[in-house]
Design a protein around this ligand. Structure first.
Ligand code: CP
Length: 324
């Protein structure tokens, strides 16, 4: 909670399962409204400041479009244009922006930057990706899983295998999938496995919600999984590790048609994109009928619409008699 009693969206762990389900429900309503060309103007006259320390296609376009579709406005701010921790502290930037806009969204190099912006902000601050987490991506991912649920299955019945490096998408999926009671497998080389701190968070979720966590370097573990997820083998700031990373992950941890066949004929393929095809996954897998990567990308827009609405409105727990 920030000082005004509004909430930031820095990590899904700050939200209960029920609250995340509410956001998913809002995503469905707003996605349907978009298809009906009837989006309620729930961000009318409001603005979201969008700070980007790193490049972005999906996050930038989805937030700016979401604000516009809901009747509001998005401002693109690069560190070249504003005083982001250089001439002005992050805390003061958060305070100043809060006097002018209704939401701050920041894609940053370090989690401390988005946390610093949130520290004194009196409007909701959204983490648009940091070195640790990518929570808005994961709302789109959960929603995409719901849209593609196998016949007769619920979210908690799914087994999700993340094949590759312990990226920010890996951590966020690990936390969200275990919070929803799913089985989450991280399949990776020993030296790139998730830190113990993440494992502890996920195991705590498993204890509370009944999910299961598997950490393994055995790619045969994809067998029987419902969803196979790939992500980049190296990220910004890891360029000097590029050669060692690529030679460690390739070819064993590349999601190929052979690996998907090992998973099973109904296993679906997800990737947050952008993908380095022929590196962490093949173009054939990306283009296969089991690939849901472009649905996943489109759902970023539904997630951002829902978050802008959810974070700027107060919701009552249960409908009152008068509105029931
Ligand atoms: N998935 C994702 O965050 O994409 P962008 O880097 O294009 O925003």
């Amino acid at each position: 909670l920030n000082k005004e009693g509004l909430r930031h969206f820095l990590k899904t762990q700050d939200y209960t399962k029920k609250e995340l389900e509410d956001i998913l429900h809002l995503m469905k309503l707003l996605k349907d409204a978009r298809h009906d060309n009837a989006i309620p103007q729930l961000f009318k006259g409001k603005s979201v400041a969008m700070i980007f320390e790193q490049p972005s296609t999906r996050t930038r376009v989805s937030f700016e479009t979401a604000a516009t579709l809901l009747g509001g406005h998005g401002l693109f701010l690069s560190p070249k244009d504003i005083h982001l921790g250089a001439k002005e502290s992050l805390e003061d930037t958060g305070r100043v922006l809060s006097r002018m806009v209704d939401v701050i969204m920041a894609r940053v190099d370090k989690h401390e930057t988005v946390a610093g912006l949130a520290a004194n902000a009196s409007v909701p601050v959204i983490n648009g990706l940091c070195d640790w987490l990518h929570p808005t991506q994961i709302m789109a991912d959960l929603f995409t899983m719901v849209e593609h649920l196998p016949e007769g299955k619920k979210l908690e019945d799914l087994t999700v295998a993340f094949v590759g490096d312990a990226t920010n998408v890996c951590s966020s999926l690990m936390f969200a999938c275990t919070k929803f009671g799913m089985t989450f497998k991280h399949i990776c080389p020993e030296q790139f496995k998730a830190p113990q701190e993440w494992v502890d968070i996920a195991l705590n979720n498993c204890e509370t919600y009944g999910g299961k966590l598997v950490i393994t370097n055995n790619t045969d573990e994809v067998a029987g999984c419902d969803i196979i997820v790939a992500d980049s083998f190296y990220w910004f700031g890891q360029e000097d590790e590029k050669e060692v990373r690529l030679s460690t992950f390739i070819p064993e941890f590349v999601v190929t048609e052979e690996l998907m066949a090992k998973a099973g004929k109904d296993a679906m393929f997800m990737h947050c994109l952008p993908a380095n095809d022929q590196r962490e996954c093949t173009r054939e897998v990306m283009e296969s009928s089991n690939s849901i990567i472009f649905d996943e990308a489109e759902n970023r827009l539904s997630a951002q619409m829902a978050l802008l609405v959810y974070l700027t409105h107060k919701f009552i727990e249960e409908p009152t008699e008068a509105v029931r």
